[in-house]
Design a protein around this ligand. Sequence first.
Ligand SMILES: Nc1nc2c(ncn2[C@@H]2O[C@H](COP(=O)(O)OP(=O)(O)O)[C@@H](O)[C@H]2O)c(=O)[nH]1
Ligand SMILES: [Mg+2]
Length: 458
Amino acid sequence: MLSYGLTKRGTRFLLLAIILCFVFPALLYYRETFRNYFTDHLPPLYEDYREREQNLEHYKEYEARKDIKYLWSANHAHSSGWGNVMQDYVMNGLLAHSTGRSFVFDDYTWNPDGSLFTDYNGHLIPSRIPLTALLGGVMVGGEMPSGDTTPRAVSKGFFNKVCPHPTIVHVSDVNDDRMRFDESVPAAYIFEKWVEKINSIEDPCVEIDPKSEAIFEYWIFGHQRMLSMWEYLKDSSVSTHWGWSPLIHDAYRRNRHIFVPGAKTSLFDGFSGSTAAEDYTEPIPGLLALHVRRGDFQDHCVHLGKWSSNWNAFNMFPEFSDKFQRPTDGGWGETSEKNMQMYMQRCFPTIEQIVQKVMQVRVESERPLTHIYIMTNGIVSWVEELKEALGSSGNWDQIKSSRDLDITWEQKFVVQALDMFVAQRAEVLIGNGWSSLTSNVVMLRMAQGSPPDSNRFW
Ligand SMILES: Nc1nc2c(ncn2[C@@H]2O[C@H](COP(=O)(O)OP(=O)(O)O)[C@@H](O)[C@H]2O)c(=O)[nH]1
Ligand SMILES: [Mg+2]
């Protein structure tokens, strides 16, 4: 019998078509949620990323060639936030690049004890994340831009294979106390000494001793002396062709409507290999990104105030209109009430202070600012309050935050890189002068030619 003109077979076919059209894509879209629900929530190990790193397309050729030289900075930073690790990777990458050597990359390592997972404030995080889950491009083996003859980067595993007995260099062979501690020694001087040292070595295989301190210790990044490195950094492929991983680009596409109001996010976005017409080197028109650094900074900002700490060097380009005058009347581990108030306003601003600064920056911006993305590690309820206050202070098309992102389980542990990618492309960024995460973004924005005054600070 026919019902509504459909045979039994036709009805079945229609049902199947409905399932294929609606249910199947929904299952695909929420696949991570399902997977998480049915697995026991252990952090991801990024095994496919690790596997790919061990088999990059240039390895076969490099293994056969005798003219490729390598630099493995086995002393690279670990066990701290991504911002601090990244600034160290930038310098190691730059040294390899400036000495014509292949940069040897390693994991973003939170815990080097050989474990898979580590307890972090009561929840598990991956002890190590393959760098290719965070980065793409020249730092992780991508092709060099045309005209750049530096050999491509390789993984630590590949280096160990081709360089079983490298020449070991100790940082103390080059860095003396004056270079380390004398604030009148520009970082570029240290760098030049290192370029000289590495260039004097014939051996294609060079390793910086794993037990050595960093060549550029953390306090140098927090001092103007680091700015002298800009001469080397500004035209280097390391900064001009810095790239984020396909995983981060997928996260961007999945959440594009958060950064670009009204943007369509297709059900299939979030898959590797989906093509986007968008040019990722272009700014996102009208976007104001705010780096609202919370969490550990609540106490850290007090500590910075007590010790009259300066901003990170790459937040102190002389062209910037927002400057920081480090107080000179503070003591050892103590400062005046007035100084502390100033530190808190600029390092851990209140909602009211944030709103005020945003209004000022909007008025002063050369390009129209239409919507806001708050990048933050702040707690959801506070971020909601901030969004509300910003919303009532001005007419914004949209105000969103890191807390509104829809991300996969693999993306969750590298999501700071998504925030950095977005901040790098914002029309204007208001950042935290003491944050290495801000300063890395600012450095990339400068290398990629953003107007200097599009970098603002609380
Ligand atoms: N997603 C996200 N995470 C952040 C943000 N700010 C800080 N974090 C987290 O906190 C860590 C900050 O430490 P670090 O990268 O060393 O930068 P710094 O402490 O600001 O100098 C990052 O690695 C992130 O995990 C943010 O705006 N967005
Ligand atoms: Mg940190």
